[in-house]
Structure formats: structure tokens, C-alpha cells
Design a protein around this ligand. Structure first.
Ligand SMILES: [Cu+2]
Length: 391
């Protein structure tokens, strides 16, 4: 054993104990700076201070001046506090107390009126923006967002330009320059289950930092949100309300594209599957009979909602598993074989959709429930190859 090791450690510990303030300040500074992203720094895709759409810009234009007002007030209060603490501190040998003042009408009136005026100045633009953002948009694209554990379903109801309902997952396509009106819910009405609660998830929060503020997604309650992207691009989203085991993995992407490209995407989503299940060879038997994937997933009709993500056009997406993994053959095989090893889920020994108590996708390689088959890598690859044809 190295005899200097424990000694050195105890010296460091002693230093921290002697100078706790300095260590705490250094730690706090590190955390503070880690949160900063300078204008010239890398794009992290989730920067609410870099708006990329009208709604996000309006919110930013409100927050920035209020932030500076708050900073000025905080600075004045801090300076006054420090000044008074030093100026009137206790001095050795002096028993004098500073002059005590009881009741001062001018002071009391001024520190009642001044904050009221400042709050009113902040409230007027805030309230008017709340009303402005709540206004129903003109000629929007309507999308119903369903928060699930732990992924997002995007449901485009039939409307002008969308002849037939589209249901997709985790990658939301929108045209640029057009308002998107969201209905947010965590109960999937389209599931049509007998048990109403089975179609409901917990509270989530829908958040695309560069395009808009957060909005809660609540079971049994309809929330709305409108936003718009100015330029084509991919914007990152994240569930912002703790919703269980894989909350942190519950991401999504907003793909904003030109109206022409959006129309092409819509047309493709509305097509039938590139390969019919009946023509999928061995994969059909695995998908339907042996492993019952079809009990939780549809691959034949993109207008149908099932318990799990609709896979009719899975291969047209760039990611899967709420945007956590890039969609490629190797990742997909790992997922089909043993999904809970990639993202934690509450689906141990459970292979059925609700009313069973599964939350998430089960493993087909581990924790096989009695009487059910265990998957081989070859079978997982056969299933992946089938799904990867579904452009
Ligand atoms: Cu969440």
C-alpha cells in the first residue's frame, strides 16, 4: 500500500473542512458554468434562449427584459444588504446600537407602491402575451399529441390536405411557416379499449425548447398549444414532467420541412405498407403468432392506433424508442431481442398489452413468462429485416 495516499487525502479533507466556503463556491461555480451555452458555443438543440419560431420568439422577447429588471433589482438589494451589514456591524468595545426607527410613513408608502408598480409593469405584457398565445390560429395543421410511457404518439386527424388520418410516433413532421395547433392528451381515445383507464397514461409535458414553452399532457384533460417553425430543420423535444422509469429517455424530434416536402411525407404515410405482412415470409409467423408483436403494434395501416407505436412506416423514421436510438439494423435487432436492456421499462415477465400490467415493450430474450417462447438472435434479425422494409 502506498503510505502517502491516506495522508494526502486527509490533508485535502482538512482543507475542505477549514475552508468550506471556498469549496462550496467552487462547486457552485462549476455547476453554474456547466449550464451556460455561449452564443458561439455548440448547438445543443434544446436551447430555449435561441428561439427558432414565432411563439418561442415572443416568449423570449418577454423573458429577456424581465430577466434584466430582476437582475437590476437583485443587484441593488444585494449591494444594500452588504453595505448595511458592514456599515452597522458590531465593533469591539462599542456597545452603541444603530439608531432604531419605528414607523416611517414615507418609507412604508414607497416600499409598497414601488414593487406594485414594478409588478404591474411586468404583468401587463405577460398577461397580454398569455392571451395572444391562447388565440386560435388561422388555418393551422391540427395534430393530437398523446403522451405514453415512454414515447409520443402523433395523430394527424383528417383535415384539409390530409385526406386520411395518420398515426406515427416520436418524429413529428410539420411544414414551415404554418401554425400547428396541438391537442395534448395522455389518454388514447382511438384505442377503443373497454377499460378506459387502460388507454390513459400519466402526466407528461410536451416541450420543444426552440419552438415554444412547455405544456402539460394530462390524463382526462385536453390542453392546447400552438407553434410554428420558421425554417426547415430538426428540433429536439423532451418530456418535461417526471413520468416514471424512462422519463429521461422520453424524447422526440420535430422535423420542419418545406410545404412541398411535408406534402410528400403525408402522401407516403398514407400509403399502405411497402411489404404486406402476408408477404413477409417467416417474419409474419414470428410477428403475429409466435411473439404476438401484432397485439401491441400495427404494420398494415398507419391510421390505426394500437398500444405500442404504429410501425407501418417505421423505416421512414431516422430514430426509434422515443428518439433515443438511431434507426439501423444493429440497434433494431438489439431492441427486438431485449428492449428493456436499451431503455429501462416495467415489462418483466409480461408480454401482453393492457389490461396486463406491462409498461413498455417486453424482453423476448429474458424473463420469459411460463409457456411462452424465448427469442433467438436470428429471429430478431428476421423481424428487423421485415420492419426495415417498411419505408
Ligand atoms: Cu416524462
Amino acid at each position: 500500500m502506498n503510505p502517502t495516499q491516506p495522508k494526502r487525502r486527509s490533508r485535502l479533507a482538512a482543507k475542505i473542512i477549514r475552508r468550506p466556503g471556498r469549496s462550496i463556491a467552487l462547486g457552485a461555480l462549476t455547476v453554474f458554468l456547466a449550464g451556460c451555452s455561449l452564443e458561439s458555443g455548440p448547438e445543443n438543440g434544446q436551447n430555449a434562449l435561441r428561439p427558432k419560431g414565432e411563439v418561442a420568439e415572443k416568449i423570449d422577447n418577454l423573458v429577456t427584459p424581465i430577466f434584466w429588471v430582476a437582475i437590476i433589482i437583485a443587484t441593488l438589494v444585494l449591494i444594500a444588504t452588504v453595505y448595511i451589514a458592514i456599515r452597522y456591524r458590531h465593533r469591539k468595545g462599542s456597545e452603541d446600537r444603530p439608531k432604531q426607527i419605528h414607523g416611517s410613513t414615507p418609507f412604508e408608502i414607497s416600499w409598497t407602491i414601488l414593487p406594485a408598480v414594478i409588478l404591474a409593469v411586468v404583468a401587463i405584457p405577460t398577461i397580454s402575451l398569455i392571451f395572444d398565445l391562447a388565440e386560435a390560429p388561422k388555418d393551422p395543421i391540427n395534430v393530437t399529441v398523446v403522451g405514453k410511457q415512454w414515447w409520443w404518439q402523433f395523430d394527424y386527424p383528417q383535415q384539409e390536405g390530409i385526406k386520411q388520418k395518420i398515426i406515427t410516433a416520436n418524429e413529428l413532421h410539420i411544414p414551415t411557416g404554418r401554425d400547428i395547433a396541438f391537442d395534448l392528451t395522455s389518454c388514447d381515445k382511438s384505442l377503443g379499449t373497454v377499460d378506459e383507464n387502460a388507454a390513459c397514461s400519466v402526466i407528461h409535458s410536451f416541450w420543444v425548447p426552440e419552438l415554444s414553452g412547455k405544456r402539460d399532457v394530462v390524463p382526462g384533460h385536453r390542453n392546447t398549444l400552438t407553434f410554428r417553425a420558421d425554417n426547415p430543420g430538426t428540433y429536439l423535444g423532451q418530456c418535461a414532467e417526471y413520468c416514471g422509469l424512462s422519463h429521461a429517455n422520453m424524447r422526440f424530434r420535430v422535423v420542419a420541412e418545406s410545404p412541398d416536402d411535408f406534402a410528400k411525407w403525408v402522401a407516403n404515410q398514407q400509403k399502405g405498407p411497402a411489404v404486406a405482412l402476408a408477404d413477409a415470409g417467416d417474419a409474419e409467423n414470428l410477428f403475429v403468432k409466435k411473439y404476438g408483436c401484432s397485439g401491441c403494434h400495427g404494420t398494415m395501416d398507419s391510421s390505426q392506433s394500437v398500444y405500442g407505436p404504429n410501425l407501418t412506416h417505421l423505416a421512414s423514421r431516422t430514430t426509434f424508442a422515443s428518439g433515443y436510438y438511431p434507426l439501423n439494423r444493429a440497434n433494431l435487432i438489439d431492441w427486438i431481442y431485449d428492449a428493456p436492456s436499451l431503455i429501462p421499462m416495467e415489462s418483466k415477465e409480461c408480454r401482453l398489452p393492457p389490461p396486463a400490467t406491462c409498461v413498455g415493450m417486453p424482453s423476448f430474450a429474458k424473463d420469459t413468462p411460463p409457456g411462452m417462447p424465448t427469442m433467438t438472435r436470428t429471429e430478431a434479425a428476421q423481424l428487423a429485416d421485415y420492419l426495415l422494409q417498411l419505408k
